[in-house]
Design a protein around this ligand. Sequence first.
Ligand SMILES: *Cc1c(COP(=O)(O)O)cnc(C)c1O
Length: 424
Amino acid sequence: MAYHKETQCIQSGWTPKNGEPRVLPIYQSTTFAYDTAQEMGDLFDLKSEGFFYSRLANPTVAAVENKISDLEGGVGALLCSSGQSATLLSIINIAHSGDHVICSSAVYGGTFNLLHKTLQEMGIEVEFVDPDISLEELHEVFRSNTRCVFSETLTNPSLVVLDIEKFAEAAHAHDVPLIVDNTFPTPINCNPFQFGADIVTHSTTKYMDGHACSLGGVVIDSGNFDWATTRKYPEFTKPDESYHGVIYAESFGKAAYIVKARTHLMRDVGAMMAPMNAFLLNLGLETLAIRMERHCSNALAIAKFLEKHPKVSWITYPDLESSPYHALAKKYMPHGSCGVISFGVKGGRDAACKFMEAMKIARIVTHVADVRTCCLHPASTTHRQMSDEQLEACGVKPDLIRFSTGIEHVDDLIADISQALKQL
Ligand SMILES: *Cc1c(COP(=O)(O)O)cnc(C)c1O
C-alpha cells in the first residue's frame, strides 16, 4: 500500500543505501564517468538507464522527480527550470505546427500569453473555452487535429475550480489527453489523476518550494493515456530517428510520454532544473503537507472575516459556502483548496492599491503561495498586457486583490487586514 501524503513528503525519492548520506545530496556535476565507451553508447541509445549529462537527468533532480511522481500517483515526472517551461513542454510533447489545442480561458496570465502568442506563432492553433462551458458545448470545440486540452484545477488568480471529470470525459471522447496545471491545490489537496486527468503540471515555484527561493516546474505522467491505439500520436508509435529508431510506446509502455518529454524535448530545449534548486525544492516538499493545512485554515478564517466586512465589495474563496465553486471544491479538494483569496474593496482600483500599501505584514510582491503573506493587484501587474475583455474572460476583475495567505498566526493577519481596511 502506498504511504500517506505526509509520509511521502518526507520519505519518497531518496532512499540512502548503507553508509550513504541520510539527506538527499546535491550532485553538483554536469557529467558522469564510465569505464567503457559501450556503456556510454547504450545510455545515448536509451538501451540502459543511468546518468550521463545533467541536461537530461541528474541524481538530485531525479530523486525529487520521483517524490513528486509518488505524490501525484504518476509513472514518472520531469522537473523543469520554471512552471512556464513545464507548461510549454507538456504541450509541445504532443502538439505541433498545424495542430489544434483547447485551453480553458481561466488560466494563469503567463500560461495565457504562452498559448495565445508563442504557441500560435509556432503554428499551433489554440482555442480558449469558458471553464464553465457545458459538456455538450465542449464536445463541439474538438476537431480532427485537436491534440490536447489544457486547463488549471484552481485558477490563479480567479480561483475558478475546474470540473476535472467534465473536461476529462470530453477529451477522452475525442481520443485526446487532458493536461491539468495543479499548482494551487498542490498534490496534497487534489490529485487530478483520480478524476481522469492524464498529465499534470505544476509551477513548483509556488507552494511546493513554498519559501519563494527557487523557480521550478514539473510535468507528471499518469501513464493512463493510451498513445498507441489512437492514430493521432505517431510520435509514440513510429521510430524516433534521433534515437536510433526507438519507438517510445513499445520500449517504454506506460511511461512513453514522460520518457519522450525528457529524452527528446529536454535534450533539445534544455530547460532542466538545476541540482541546487532541486535540493531546495525538496526541503520545501518535506513540509508541504503541514504547510497546506495551515495555509488553508488561515485563509478560510480570513475569508470569513472579509466576507462580513462592510468595506469589502466582493470575495472569491472556494471554501466559503457562498462561493459558486463550493460544491466543486468539496468534490475535488475536500480538505481545503489553497491559501489564496481574491477580493475587491469598495472604491475600486485606487482603494485596492491604498489597502495593499496600508498592510504591514502582507507585502506587495509578484509572487504568490509561499510561507509569507503577500498581496498583488493583477490588473496593474501580472495581467497588465491583457485587454479588459481578456481580463474578463479569465475572470480577473480590474479591482481584484490577490491575497496570498501565509502561515503566520491568523490573529496577526486579521489584525493587519483590519487596520488597513480602516484606513480606506
Ligand atoms: C506561477 C504559475 C505558473 C508559471 O510558473 P513559473 O514558475 O513562474 O514559471 C504556471 N501556472 C500557475 C498556476 C502559476 O501560478
